[in-house]
Ligand binder design. Structure first.
Ligand SMILES: *Cc1c(COP(=O)(O)O)cnc(C)c1O
Length: 376
């Protein structure tokens, strides 16, 4: 565990469940990414963890921000970001939110439909816009593909239309899915976008930017390829398809920047055998699906868990949250094993929980308070 977090948990013994994030670790992750991909401008995906200390630290490093709502735009501004460093990256925005963000100085907006483009022309006149293309999300543990993005053919028409509407047809984007473990997915997406890019240039569109989205994976229970491998694959594909005329590159990492900087501390509420003959024990924690661990849906994201008894003999477990909801099961099929000595009252840690946890916590389902957060 990150030493600073281990010391905090030991010294402070904060009430559980809680999330502890080492803000300097966030800064380190950001720098690692910048070093790996120096040509890409980093727009941190605010939704991964919008806590003010995280945004302020990233703003101090010179990060740009990918905001999905007016509230996230305002959070970035409050943290010290300039409006010119913010992209309103959601392809689904209220007209009032577009207008307000534009009034605040935001000039970069995403879209993936004619209807959204018309809203941008009306409420953010002359702004830079980029069109999101749907790409294959195979290889991603947390896919995003079904809800967003359009076809290459539709994007071609939309980008031409953007210019006719007085907007700056600035670029193209894609997202290969979150916790993407296959470098090939970026290469395939770049190839798709590059063809359209060239085509649009030939038609006189002054398109200048490729937004590669986020998706870079972190270590949960298993190893993932290092970030340098993704950087190599991306630069190789960019060079191959654009030669020495590489356009402005944007990346929108969320998970990679914050996940490994956070640890959830949780108390074991109960360890039980539902049937005396059954080797399977049920371990109920004081955090579950509704306490912030929403990405355990479908057992998609499998957090590493440590206990005070690590090193002792283990046995198979199912792991569940504390609420009275039948969906509040974290892991039943993912072959977790925990020490046989584990008891109620023990404190356990769930690792790499800095991303997509704090904001997924419910407001008080079954009376359980929203997840407490400590930024150290
Ligand atoms: C969620 C999201 C991201 C961040 O994805 P990660 O997998 O956390 O890096 C980036 N861009 C867009 C448009 C997103 O919706």
């Amino acid at each position: 565990m990150i030493t600073k977090i281990a010391r905090f948990l030991a010294d402070v013994q904060p009430p559980t469940p809680c999330l502890v994030v080492d803000v300097e670790h966030v800064a380190r992750n950001w720098r690692v990414l910048r070093q790996a991909l120096p040509l890409a401008r980093i727009y941190y995906a605010v939704k991964a963890n919008p806590a003010a200390p995280v945004l302020a630290r990233l703003a101090s490093l010179g990060s740009c921000f990918d905001a999905a709502s007016l509230e996230e735009v305002e959070a970035c501004l409050a943290a010290g970001a300039a409006p010119a460093e913010i992209s309103f990256g959601n392809t689904v925005k209220k007209a009032s939110a577009i207008a307000r963000a534009f009034a605040l100085g935001v000039r970069l907006f995403a879209f993936d439909s004619a209807e959204e483009l018309a809203k941008l022309a009306a409420h953010a006149p002359g702004a830079q816009v980029y069109c999101r293309i749907a790409v294959d999300n195979a290889g991603a543990d947390w896919p995003l593909s079904r809800k967003f993005g359009t076809s290459v053919e539709a994007a071609r028409e939309l980008m031409l239309r953007a210019g006719e509407l007085g907007l700056d047809a600035f670029g193209l984007s894609f997202h290969v899915g979150s916790q993407q473990t296959d470098t090939l997915s970026y290469e395939a997406a770049i190839a798709r976008v590059a063809m359209l890019f060239t085509d649009l240039r030939a038609r006189g569109v002054d398109i200048r930017m490729v937004n590669l989205g986020g998706g870079f994976p972190v270590r949960y229970r298993g190893d993932v390829p290092p970030i340098e491998r993704f950087a190599e694959a991306i630069m190789h594909a960019m060079t191959r398809h654009f030669g020495n005329a590489i356009p402005e590159m944007v990346i929108e990492p969320g998970r990679f920047v914050v996940a490994e900087a956070g640890v959830v501390s949780s108390e074991v509420v109960l360890v039980s055998r539902r049937d005396r003959e059954d080797p399977l024990r049920w371990v109920y924690l004081d955090i579950g699906r509704f306490g912030g661990l929403a990405e355990t849906e479908g057992e998609a994201i499998r957090y590493a868990i440590t206990t005070p008894h690590d090193g002792g003999e283990t046995g198979p477990v199912a792991i569940a949250g504390p609420t009275c909801d039948g969906a509040d099961i974290l892991y039943e099929r993912a072959s977790y094993r925990l020490p046989l000595a584990l008891r109620d009252g023990d404190r356990v840690q769930l690792h790499a929980t800095g991303a997509y946890v704090s904001t997924y916590a419910s407001q008080g389902f079954n009376g359980f308070a929203p997840l407490a957060e400590h930024y150290i």
